[in-house]
Design a protein around this ligand. Structure first.
Ligand SMILES: *[C@@H]1O[C@H](CO)[C@@H](O)[C@H](O)[C@H]1NC(C)=O
Ligand SMILES: *[C@@H]1O[C@H](CO)[C@@H](O)[C@H](O)[C@H]1NC(C)=O
Ligand SMILES: *[C@@H]1O[C@H](CO)[C@@H](O)[C@H](O)[C@H]1NC(C)=O
Ligand SMILES: *[C@@H]1O[C@H](CO)[C@@H](O)[C@H](O)[C@H]1NC(C)=O
Ligand SMILES: *[C@@H]1O[C@H](CO)[C@@H](O)[C@H](O)[C@H]1NC(C)=O
Ligand SMILES: *[C@@H]1O[C@H](CO)[C@@H](O)[C@H](O)[C@H]1NC(C)=O
Ligand SMILES: *[C@@H]1O[C@H](CO)[C@@H](O)[C@H](O)[C@H]1NC(C)=O
Ligand SMILES: *[C@@H]1O[C@H](CO)[C@@H](O)[C@H](O)[C@H]1NC(C)=O
Ligand SMILES: *[C@@H]1O[C@H](CO)[C@@H](O)[C@H](O)[C@H]1NC(C)=O
Ligand SMILES: *[C@@H]1O[C@H](CO)[C@@H](O)[C@H](O)[C@H]1NC(C)=O
Ligand SMILES: *[C@@H]1O[C@H](CO)[C@@H](O)[C@H](O)[C@H]1NC(C)=O
Ligand SMILES: *[C@@H]1O[C@H](CO)[C@@H](O)[C@H](O)[C@H]1NC(C)=O
Length: 608
C-alpha cells in the first residue's frame, strides 16, 4: 500500500514554493554547522527528580550495530559488586551517522524481553539521543548473572550508511526499604538465548505457546506482553477488511481490517487481551513529522499487563499448563481471524510466591469472555465504472472478567481481573485511494485486586483507564511519470495518549509508593509536506541536507505520579518544532506542575 511504499522507496527533494493553510515555515539547512549531531528526543517525564546519588552504576553493553541482520549483540550482565540496590534504571544512549531507516531494537535478559525500542532515523551529519527506563520490576533478574541479548537488525552498505552505536548503562539506587519484586519471571518466548539468539516470536506465522509447571504456592501471577506490528502490519490501523483490498486500481490496501486484539490464553482460554496503542515509528505516516520530536512511546514501546491471579487455584495444581499468545483481526469474512505478518511478540509471567504457604487453592473461576461485538459499514463511490472512494467504519466492544476465591496463607480472597474495551475506526479513502483520512479511538478500563495483604473487601478493585485517539490525513501526489516530476506527501496528524493507572507490576513491586494513580495526558499535533524522487537512489531520511521537508510538530505533555518518597511528582512540557534538517524548537517550556493539554481535534474529513 502507499504507506508501505512511503517507507520503502522515499527519495526526497527540496521545494521552496509550497505553503499550506497551516502556514508551514521552511527552514534551510544550517550551513554554518551542519556537522553538529542532532538530538532527536522523545518527550517524557524524568524518572526521578535527580539521577544524582546512585549507589553504583555500570555499563552493561556497548555495541556498534552495522550489518547486523541475524547477528544480535550477546554479552553477560553481572550484578554490581558490593552494591545494595532496590531501584534499577537503564540509560540507553544511541548515536548514528549516515543514512538509514528507523530500526526495531529488542533487549533480552536471557529469554525474557525487558525493553523494546525503535530508533530515530539517522542522517549523514549524525543524530544522538538518550532514554531512561525504570527496570525495577525485573529486579529478580538484575540481582543475578544473565545473558544480555540485543537484536537490532540493520542493513549497512553503500546506500544504507547509518550505523547504530548503542551504550546501555545501569544506574542503581538504594532508596526503598519495602520493595517486593517478583520472585520468579518465566518467559513466553522462543527461549533461544542458549543459542545466542533473540527469543522474539513472530505471529501469525509462528506458534507462541509455552508450557510451565508453576510452584504450588504462588500467591500472585501477572503476565506482561510486548507486541508490535511490523512489516505488512506496521500500519495495521490503516488496513481494510480483506475483501476490500482491491477496491482501487492502482492503490493496494492491506487486509484483515484495522482492528487488532492481542490475546493471552491460559490452557486455551482467553485470560485477557490488549487492544494495541498505535505506536508510530519515526518512518511512519510522514517521516518529516518526527524530527526532532519522535512519536509517543517510540523509544519504549508499551507493554500491557494481565493479572492471571484468578487462575492460581488451577495453576498451582502441580501440573503443566499452557500459556499462549495470539493476534487476531477483524475481517468481514472471518471476523476473529488471522492477521498479516509480522507481529513480533513476547510475554513474561511474573510470579510472587506465598513464603508462608505450601499450596494455593481456588474455587472454580467465574468467567465472562463473550466474543467482541462489531459494527462494520462500507460505502464505495464509483465514477465511470471505477471505484473512486471507499469509506469504512468499524466499531468494536468487548468485556472480559475472571474471578475466583483464592486461598493462601493470608486466608481466602476473591481475586478478579476485568476489562472493558471500546474501539472505533473510520477511514475515508478518496482520489482513487491516493488521499486518505483516518480517525481511531481505542479506550477502556482494566481492573485488578489489590495486594493480598491489603486490608480491603472484594469490591475494592484498582481500575486503570486509557484513551488513545488518533486522527490523520495523508495525500499522495504521485505523478504519472515519476522520472520527470517528483512525488509529494502531505500529512496532518493529531493524536493523544490519556491514561490514569497504577501499573500492576510496579504496584506489586513497590506497593507503598502508589498512594494515587499516575495520570498522563499528552498530545502531538503536526503537519508536514514531504517530497521524494523515484530515481534518486541515494536514499535519505527526512532531514538529509539534499532533501526537503516542510513541517511542524507540537506536543503537550502533562504527568503526575508517585516518586520514591511517596509524594506526588508533577511534570509538564510544551514543545513545538519546525521540522527539517536543522530543526528549530520555536517553543520549549518545562513545568514542575501539570499543564492543560488541549484535546485532539479530528482532522477535517475524519468526522464521525
Ligand atoms: C526533484 O528532486 C530532485 C532531487 O532532490 C531535484 O534535483 C529536482 O530538481 C526535483 N525536480 C523537480 C521537477 O522539482
Ligand atoms: C547554525 O549553528 C550555529 C552553531 O550551532 C549557531 O550558532 C547558529 O545560530 C545556527 N544558525 C541558524 C541560522 O540557526
Ligand atoms: C561503527 O561502525 C562503523 C562502520 O564500521 C564505523 O564507521 C564507525 O566509526 C563505528 N562507530 C564507532 C563509534 O565505533
Ligand atoms: C564494600 O563497600 C563498603 C562500603 O562502601 C566498603 O567498606 C567495603 O570495603 C567494600 N567491600 C569490598 C569487598 O569492596
Ligand atoms: C545517559 O547516558 C548519556 C551518554 O553517556 C549521558 O550523557 C547521560 O547523562 C546519561 N543520563 C543519565 C540519567 O545518566
Ligand atoms: C554464545 O556466545 C558465547 C560468547 O560469545 C560463546 O562463548 C558461546 O560459544 C556461544 N554459544 C553458542 C551456542 O553459539
Ligand atoms: C503450538 O504449539 C503447541 C505446543 O507445542 C501445540 O500444542 C499446538 O498444536 C501448536 N499449534 C499450532 C497451530 O501449531
Ligand atoms: C470495486 O471495489 C470492490 C470492493 O473492493 C471490488 O470487488 C471491485 O472489483 C472493484 N471494482 C473495480 C472496477 O475495481
Ligand atoms: C487499471 O490500471 C491499469 C494500469 O494503470 C490500466 O491499464 C487499466 O486500464 C486500469 N483499469 C481500469 C478499469 O481503469
Ligand atoms: C487529494 O489531495 C490533493 C492534494 O492535497 C488535493 O489537491 C485533491 O483535491 C484531493 N482530492 C480529493 C478527491 O479529495
Ligand atoms: C531525481 O534525481 C535525479 C538525481 O539527482 C535527477 O537526475 C532527476 O532529474 C530527478 N528527478 C526529478 C523528477 O526531478
Ligand atoms: C470523504 O472525503 C471526501 C474528500 O475529502 C469528502 O468530500 C467527504 O465528505 C468525506 N466523507 C465523509 C463521510 O467524511
Amino acid at each position: 500500500m502507499l504507506t508501505t511504499f512511503l517507507i520503502t522507496a522515499l527519495f526526497l527533494q527540496v521545494s521552496f514554493s509550497i505553503r499550506t493553510s497551516r502556514d508551514i515555515i521552511y527552514r534551510a539547512p544550517n550551513v554554518t554547522s551542519p556537522e553538529i549531531p542532532l538530538d532527536v528526543f522523545q518527550v517524557e517525564a524524568p524518572l526521578r527528580n535527580t539521577y544524582e546519588g546512585a549507589a553504583c552504576q555500570q555499563v552493561i553493553m556497548q555495541h556498534n550495530f552495522t550489518a547486523s541482520y541475524g547477528s544480535p549483540y550477546v554479552g553477560t550482565y553481572s550484578p554490581p559488586k558490593n552494591c545494595t540496590f532496590t531501584t534499577t534504571i537503564f540509560n540507553m544512549s544511541i548515536t548514528s551517522i549516515g543514512i538509514n531507516y528507523d530500526r526495531l531494537g529488542l533487549i533480552f535478559l536471557g529469554d525474557i524481553e525487558v525493553w523494546r525500542t525503535t530508533t530515530a532515523m539517522p542522517v549523514r551529519t549524525g543524530i544522538y539521543y538518550n532514554f531512561q527506563k525504570d527496570m525495577t520490576i525485573f529486579d529478580t533478574l538484575l540481582q543475578s548473572e544473565q545473558k544480555v541479548i540485543m537484536e537490532l537488525d540493520n542493513i549497512y552498505d553503500s546506500v544504507f550508511t547509518g550505523n547504530y552505536d548503542v551504550t546501555m548503562t545501569a544506574l542503581y539506587f538504594n532508596d526503598h526499604d519495602k520493595a517486593t519484586p517478583a520472585d520468579l519471571i518465566l518467559p513466553i518466548s522462543a527461549e533461544l538465548s542458549s543459542q545466542n539468539k533473540s527469543s522474539v516470536l513472530s505471529l501469525p506465522d509462528g506458534n507462541a505457546t509455552v508450557s510451565f509447571t508453576l510452584p504450588r504456592n504462588v500467591e500472585r501471577a501477572v503476565v506482561s506482553i510486548l507486541a508490535s506490528g511490523n512489516g505488512a502490519e506496521e500500519f495495521w490501523y490503516t488496513n481494510v477488511p480483506t475483501q476490500y483490498d482491491d477496491t482501487f486500481n492502482n492503490t493496494a490496501l492491506s487486509g484483515y481490517g484495522p482492528w487488532r486484539e492481542v490475546q493471552l490464553l491460559v490452557d486455551g482460554q482467553v485470560a485477557g487481551v490488549g487492544w494495541p496503542f498505535p505506536t508510530v515509528f519515526t518512518g511512519g505516516i510522514s517521516p518529516g513529522l518526527w524530527v526532532p520530536i519522535v512519536g509517543i512511546d517510540t523509544y519504549d514501546l508499551p507493554s500491557f499487563e494481565i493479572d492471571i491471579s484468578p487462575w492460581l487455584g488451577v495453576l498451582c495444581d502441580g501440573k503443566s499448563h499452557t500459556f499462549a499468545m495470539e493476534v487476531v483481526g477483524y475481517d468481514s469474512v472471518t471476523t476473529l481471524g488471522t492477521v498479516g505478518s509480522n507481529w513480533w511478540i513476547t510475554g513474561s509471567i511474573f510470579l510472587w510466591v506465598d513464603s508462608a504457604g505450601s499450596q494455593t487453592t481456588g474455587t472454580t473461576i467465574q468467567s465472562s469472555t463473550a466474543a467482541p461485538s462489531f459494527d462494520f459499514a462500507p460505502t464505495i463511490g464509483t465514477a465511470s465504472g471505477l471505484n473512486t472512494s471507499l469509506l469504512v467504519s468499524l466499531s468494536a466492544h468487548r468485556t472480559i472478567s475472571h474471578s475466583s476465591t483464592i486461598t493462601t496463607s493470608h486466608g481466602p480472597r476473591t481475586l478478579t481481573w476485568s476489562q472493558s474495551l471500546s474501539y472505533i475506526n473510520k477511514q475515508n479513502f478518496t482520489a482513487l485511494g491516493y488521499n486518505a483520512t483516518l480517525y481511531q479511538l481505542t479506550s477502556g478500563t482494566s481492573s485488578y485486586s489489590p495486594l493480598l495483604s491489603h486490608p480491603s473487601t472484594e469490591t475494592d478493585l484498582i481500575t486503570n483507564s486509557y484513551s488513545y485517539p488518533i486522527s490523520f490525513t495523508q495525500q499522495y501526489i504521485v505523478p504519472i511519470d515519476p522520472t520527470v516530476v517528483n512525488s509529494t506527501l502531505i500529512a496532518d496528524l493529531d493524536r493523544s495518549k490519556l491514561t490514569s493507572r497504577i501499573p500492576i507490576l510496579s504496584y506489586l513491586t513497590k506497593p507503598s509508593v502508589f498512594s494515587a494513580p499516575e495520570v498522563l495526558s499528552t498530545r502531538q499535533n503536526g503537519s508536514c509536506i514531504y517530497f521524494w524522487n523515484n530515481t534518486y537512489y541515494d536514499f535519505a531520511g527526512a532531514i538529509d541536507p539534499a532533501m526537503g521537508t516542510l513541517g511542524a510538530t507540537e506536543q503537550w505533555f502533562s504527568f503526575s505520579g508517585p516518586v520514591e518518597s511517596g509524594g506526588m511528582e508533577s511534570y509538564g512540557r510544551h514543545v513545538r518544532a519546525i521540522d527539517g534538517y536543522v530543526p528549530v524548537l520555536t517553543e520549549d517550556e518545562t513545568f514542575d506542575h501539570t499543564i492543560e493539554v488541549p484535546e485532539t481535534q479530528i482532522v477535517p474529513g475524519n468526522e464521525l
